[in-house]
Structures are given as C-alpha cells and as structure tokens.
Design a protein around this ligand. Structure first.
Ligand code: AMP
Ligand code: MG
Length: 191
C-alpha cells in the first residue's frame, strides 16, 4: 500500500450523546463525519464535506441537538456508517493518506464503532493529534481546546461549532497555519 503524502485528511465527527451515560440499550454512535483535506504542497485547505450518518443503536437526544444542532430528522436522511467508511476509502483514499483530528476522541470512536460493527477500519496507521501538536509547538503546559487555539492563531471560528464539517474546516485551518509557519523548503536529491 502506497503511503501518500499529498494530502492530510482532517476529520471531525459528531456522535449521539447525552448529559451523562447513554440510556439503557443505546450507545454513542457517529452521526456526522466532517472532512477537510489539506494540500501538503501548498499547505492550504481544500473543500470541506459533511457526511451525515444514520444511527442504528441510538437516537438523537434533545441534549445532542442543543450541542450540535443536528436533529433525528436530519440524521434519518443520512447514510449507513459502512457506506460513509466506503466514501472515505474510495473518494478520499483514507487508508493511504495521513489523517488528523483535534484530540484523540475521533480516532477512538472510529476504532470502537468499526470493531463493534465488524466494519473494516477506513484509515491507515498514520494519525496526527493536532491538539497535542499545537501544545508542543507553543510550549504549553497543557493541551487547549479548539476555540482557544483558533483565537491564539487569530483565526475566526467559521460556521457552527460542534458541526463536523465546520469543525473539520476550522481544525484544518489550525493545522494549515502550523504547517505554513514552520515550513522550511528543502530540495531532495541535491548534491
Ligand atoms: P465536538 O467535535 O467537540 O463537536 O465533539 C464531538 C462529539 O463529542 C459530540 O458530537 C458529542 O457526541 C461529544 N461531546 C462533545 N461535547 C460534549 C459534551 N459537553 N457533553 C457530551 N458529549 C459531548
Ligand atoms: Mg465536532
């Protein structure tokens, strides 16, 4: 399998959630996959996409709608988790590309849901945790939230926070800025 370095796929998911633990018989499930690739050569963001996913073992609670704005009616129009994973693999070549998210939540939820549904994991082994990277680059004692990272970089929070597509776009903006601030051009193969 070719390990591509042409794009970084920035991914942000939203899941069904409740104030505390899931009600009996329900579990956290992905309801939106936001994706925004970064072109590595230019360091710029490409077009974002939001894929709505219909949950099979849970319902969108009022708490979840308050957080994400997503309703049960909206996600009812979504595709299956398996189809969404196929889009990642076929359209975004997600198994061959580096992917990134803000924190480790997105990676862990993908792993958990793929395992419990017996669906093949749509990513390769190369994952960048932008939250950790941001803290290291800025020599911070602790990791900080996405909204604070945007503020520190003087980037606007565009769209709706806690919507996957908009979060992916904003998080890709953070990584894009980190890449461009630190980039040193080298010529490979020069003697
Ligand atoms: P985010 O990318 O920050 O929008 O969060 C991703 C998912 O984490 C959300 O769709 C929720 O399922 C869960 N989540 C985030 N914040 C909370 C919260 N305050 N309470 C419960 N679940 C949350
Ligand atoms: Mg989000």
């Amino acid at each position: 399998m070719a390990k591509k370095l042409d794009q970084i796929l920035v991914v942000d998911i939203e899941s069904t959630c409740w104030q505390g633990n899931p009600p009996a018989g329900q579990e956290n499930e992905i309801i939106e996959i936001g994706i925004c690739p970064i072109d590595i050569a230019t360091g710029e963001r490409l077009e974002k996409e939001s894929i709505l996913v219909k949950p099979e073992r849970s319902q969108v609670s009022q708490f979840c709608t308050n957080l994400t704005t997503l309703t049960q009616a909206q996600v009812n129009l979504g595709i299956s988790f398996e189809s969404a994973c196929s889009i990642l693999k076929k359209k975004y070549l997600s198994k061959d590309r580096v992917w990134a998210s803000y924190g480790d939540y997105d990676r862990r939820q993908f792993e958990k849901q793929c395992q419990s549904r017996h669906i093949s994991y749509p990513f390769g082994t190369r994952h960048i945790n932008i939250k950790t990277l941001f803290g290291i680059i800025h020599a911070m004692p602790n990791e900080i939230g996405m909204d604070m990272a945007l503020e520190l970089l003087n980037l606007p929070l565009e769209g709706t926070h806690h919507r996957g597509g908009d979060d992916a776009w904003n998080i890709a903006g953070i990584l894009s800025k980190l890449i461009l601030q630190k980039r040193i051009n080298v010529t490979l193969g020069a003697s």
